[in-house]
Design a binder for this molecule. Structure first.
Ligand SMILES: *[C@@H]1O[C@H](CO)[C@@H](O)[C@H](O)[C@H]1NC(C)=O
Ligand SMILES: *[C@@H]1O[C@H](CO)[C@@H](O)[C@H](O)[C@H]1NC(C)=O
Ligand SMILES: *[C@@H]1O[C@H](CO)[C@@H](O)[C@H](O)[C@H]1NC(C)=O
Ligand SMILES: *[C@@H]1O[C@H](CO)[C@@H](O)[C@H](O)[C@H]1NC(C)=O
Ligand SMILES: *[C@@H]1O[C@H](CO)[C@@H](O)[C@H](O)[C@H]1NC(C)=O
Ligand SMILES: *[C@@H]1O[C@H](CO)[C@@H](O)[C@H](O)[C@H]1NC(C)=O
Length: 500
């Protein structure tokens, strides 16, 4: 028994040590849209949600390939009325689809008001929707946004029949983060199937060198803690850099940041150092991206930009690098990490695992693939003012693509892929109609989204709001601007449903 227990403990520690980071490349483990917070699952409603499977084609672009697979979806039909003429679709994205969204969140409040039948379709290759036997690079060729959009089209046609929806049914799509882009694109591509969309925090512009990401994080910190906060952050990363250059400093870093493997000596590569910097500046990125939102979290969602700035300006904690270490302690404690894993080769070998049973199959590997082939989104620390160190340049990110997927996945491939994405969808110039675009100012992703109203597609830019903030259930602490945005979205949907 003792042996068994210590085996479990050992396994748990191993998982924490070797585990993929909670946040990496602007993506949270499990996907960027969190779970809806607030009250517990609504009794009597949740039990009526069903889980179903849809037979989907593997390759929508091949006339001769008839292979199929099972795509997971959830249905909630308890708010729909006899007319059955309103259908809401929550588009799944770069993580497992969650049944919790089927009875909670702003879209459910809209569904109750407009008597919609609610569907959520899990994105191919994420969660339990497995089109292929494993995640080999060869198999991932069917993981594209275009295939995902065609999945949605076939799905809608089938649901119209299966759930006996009205011949006049209007489908409204909802999506947050990457699915926010899909929500806009599905309306653009299949206007005969999708009547309108709510696209939250969707990066419609594909961009390789996404240096503006950290510019927004910088602005958020400055807006929160002023120049004192950002100059302390800058000083801290500068001190880390100095410490990496000599033996005594390296030993210090081992202790300060609770590193799993010693950084001392000649064993650390420049990629290791870059990876350490990315982990540390990721603490600020993650906190900015989700600042003060209403996600559900296992622990109170109480680490905000204020928390980080308060630590960074507190000179009682010692020099700035010690304050950064305190920030690191706080984040590690929240994530139950026992030490900080910064080894580049370890990360790459985890990411190369093609098994559906691997830890990276939660979506880390798949999202990497999509960023290395379609979107870029490399969050370089190149932009000025440079306060998060200068280690995370484009080469660092492109190297990861070829190290994980092979030498063909280089900068040239990505340039072609990003050009293709922007050409096929039109990036920020898409003339799509009936879409409401929603962005939050805290959210670094807002830079790649539509923030100006177009003809028939309004944009809502919410001051002091985080990534997808409008999608979570309302909370008593929401800003007036966020409340107003939810009302505006409801009115927009109401007008769509009223129009002929
Ligand atoms: C957040 O809440 C946890 C649990 O209540 C508490 O231990 C922790 O100190 C809080 N953190 C902050 C930064 O307020
Ligand atoms: C950390 O561990 C605690 C206690 O085992 C658990 O309740 C919590 O969900 C864990 N947090 C994370 C982020 O895994
Ligand atoms: C991939 O992950 C699975 C599940 O964790 C593990 O059993 C397997 O050994 C890993 N494969 C490699 C090549 O590391
Ligand atoms: C990325 O963008 C930043 C800011 O515009 C720029 O300074 C840097 O040179 C760019 N990097 C590359 C490799 O183009
Ligand atoms: C709004 O989008 C434009 C590009 O369409 C961009 O130049 C501008 O910086 C954005 N505004 C904000 C506040 O992000
Ligand atoms: C609102 O903020 C107060 C003060 O920070 C906090 O005590 C309370 O729990 C918050 N309410 C919700 C629903 O988060």
């Amino acid at each position: 028994m003792r042996g068994f227990l210590s085996l479990i403990t050992c396994f748990a520690i191993l998982q924490n040590v070797r585990g993929w980071r909670e946040f990496s490349r602007g993506r949270s483990k499990g996907g960027n849209l969190g779970l809806p917070g607030g009250d517990d699952l609504v009794r009597g409603e949740h039990e009526k949600v069903t889980t179903e499977w849809f037979t989907q084609y593997l390759d929508h672009s091949s006339p001769t390939d008839s292979r199929t697979w099972k795509q997971r979806y959830f249905v909630n039909d308890q708010y729909v009325n006899q007319r059955r003429d309103v259908a809401f679709l929550m588009i799944g994205g770069e993580g497992e689809a969650s049944i919790q969204w089927m009875t909670k969140g702003a879209w459910i409040n809209y569904a109750k008001k407009f008597n919609a039948i609610c569907f959520q379709l899990e994105h191919r290759y994420y969660g339990k929707s497995h089109p292929t036997a494993d995640l080999s690079t060869e198999n991932l060729q069917y993981l594209t946004s275009e295939q995902a959009l065609a999945d949605i089209a076939y799905f809608i046609e089938e649901m119209n029949v299966k759930y006996e929806l009205s011949p006049n049914v209007k489908w409204i799509a909802f999506g947050g983060s990457y699915p926010g882009s899909l929500a806009a694109w599905v309306r653009q591509r299949y206007p005969h199937l999708v009547y309108g969309s709510m696209a939250a925090s969707g990066p419609l512009l594909a961009e390789i060198n996404f240096s503006e990401y950290f510019t927004v994080v910088y602005n958020d910190l400055k807006g929160t803690g002023g120049d004192k906060c950002v100059s302390a952050v800058k000083q801290a990363f500068y001190q880390v850099d100095l410490l990496t250059r000599h033996m005594v400093g390296q030993r210090n870093l081992d202790k300060l940041f609770v590193l799993c493997d010693s950084i001392a000596g000649t064993t650390s590569s420049s990629e290791d150092i870059a990876n350490l910097f990315e982990t540390l500046n990721g603490h600020f990125a993650e906190t900015a991206q989700y600042n003060k939102d209403n996600r559900m979290s296992k622990v109170p969602n109480n680490i905000t930009l204020d928390t980080l700035c308060n630590i960074m300006v507190n000179d009682k904690l010692g020099p700035e690098v010690n304050r950064l270490a305190a920030v690191n302690d706080l984040m590690m404690k929240r994530n139950n990490q026992t030490c900080l894993d910064y080894k580049y080769d370890k990360m790459i070998s985890d990411m190369r695992n093609v098994s559906w049973g691997s830890e990276v199959s939660e979506g880390g590997r798949q999202w990497y693939y999509q960023t290395c082939t379609e979107f870029g989104f490399c969050q370089t620390t190149d932009a000025k003012p440079q306060v998060f160190g200068d280690k995370n340049d484009l080469d660092f990110y492109i190297k990861q693509c070829s190290d994980v997927f092979g030498p063909k996945f280089d900068l040239t491939t990505l340039q072609r892929g990003v050009k293709r994405t922007n050409t096929l969808y039109g990036a920020l110039n898409t003339p799509v109609t009936n879409v409401i675009f929603v962005q939050g100012s805290y959210d670094p992703w807002h830079v790649l989204g539509v923030n100006r109203s177009k003809k028939l597609s309004p944009a809502v830019y919410i001051e002091a709001a985080a990534h997808c903030a409008n999608m979570y259930p309302p909370s008593e602490n929401d800003t007036q601007a966020l409340r107003q945005a939810r009302v505006q979205i409801q009115e927009f949907i109401g007008n769509l449903l009223k129009s002929a």
